[in-house]
Design a protein around this ligand. Structure first.
Ligand SMILES: Nc1ncnc2c1ncn2[C@@H]1O[C@H](COP(=O)(O)OP(=O)(O)O)[C@@H](O)[C@H]1O
Ligand SMILES: [Mg+2]
Length: 285
């Protein structure tokens, strides 16, 4: 991955991205790159600008200035749909699942949206609904379900599934369109410690097996530091630190702004500790 990073442009990249909401500068000239095959983490206290950057990268929000590139191409004014066709997939913090469909049907639907769009319409007008498709579809869909450890649940309707399973299904759906870069918005939100550990192992496996690059936007700092190749830290819309997990963990600016303030040797007053404490508590729990 590091060898590739020097020669191949990043899958997706923010260059000098600034976003203003009226007088508020939500992002101030932020740089971030997701190299091929890398897991990149984006962390920061509440209100730091993570979701704003996520929206800019996925194409839902035009930056006030700066650029977004995919594989070296400027896509700043390219729609979210066109970015998706170019290999970008994303999950939502609050997944929209169809309660009556099974786990497998969700992934089939996502697969057909990309690979066999016309089948969706024929299935809709055919009594009996979903027909089985070819061996290739079965192989891909079942492979994705297995990679996300969803095989035991494939025939269950999603209504009543645990939240953690729903999140894995959301990732499975995103993978079914064969993305080369996947943006995950708070995938650990609402998960307990065991589910979060499983998620971490699953995400690491995905990168190894599918070669997909990941951008992980998370409030769970330990999850991000545990599985990312590079980590970016935002604070009040400014990129205050970037590097390997070890570098970021050791960075005094990060510790002051975000990580375990109880370890700080700061003696003077520090305005940064006025940040929303919720994330810090989670991070140090
Ligand atoms: N649509 C919007 N209009 C106005 N202000 C916004 C909007 N979205 C976000 N903000 C503000 O921008 C800042 C960054 O928000 P956000 O990107 O949601 O942070 P994070 O995801 O890191 O918690 C916050 O101060 C937030 O209130
Ligand atoms: Mg957010």
């Amino acid at each position: 991955m590091t060898a590739l990073a020097g020669t191949t442009p990043p899958r997706i990249e923010a260059r000098g991205v600034t976003v203003r909401f009226g007088g508020l500068v939500a992002l101030d000239s932020v740089d971030l790159a997701v190299p091929p095959g890398a897991v990149v983490g984006l962390v920061g206290p509440n209100g730091a600008g993570k979701s704003t950057l996520f929206a800019v990268l996925s194409g839902l929000l035009r930056p006030s200035s700066g650029a977004v590139l995919m594989d070296g191409r400027d896509v700043t004014s390219v729609s979210a749909q066109a970015r998706a066709r170019h290999g970008l997939a994303r999950t939502f913090q609050h997944p929209e699942l169809f309660p009556g469909l099974t786990v497998r049907q969700h992934v089939v639907l996502a697969y057909r949206l990309r690979h066999a769009r016309r089948r969706i319409w024929t299935d809709l007008v055919t009594a009996g609904g979903f027909r089985r498709a070819g061996a290739e579809e079965d192989r891909r869909v079942d492979g994705i379900l297995a990679a996300l450890r969803l095989t035991p649940y494939v025939h269950l309707p999603v209504a009543g599934l645990p939240l953690g399973t729903g999140r894995l299904l959301e990732i499975a759906r995103a993978l079914a369109v064969d993305p080369n870069v996947l943006l995950l918005d708070e995938p650990s939100s609402g998960l307990d410690a065991r589910e979060t550990d499983e998620l971490a192992a699953t995400l690491t496996g995905l990168v190894a097996e599918h070669g997909v690059s990941l951008l992980l936007v998370e409030h769970d700092v330990e999850l991000v530091l545990g599985i990312s190749d590079f980590v970016h830290v935002l604070d009040f819309g400014v990129g205050i630190s970037a590097g390997t997990p070890a570098e970021v963990r050791a960075d005094p600016a990060v510790r002051a702004a975000y990580l375990g303030t109880e370890e700080d040797e700061h003696d003077g007053p520090d305005e940064n500790v006025e940040h929303d404490r919720q994330d810090e508590e989670r991070a140090t729990a």
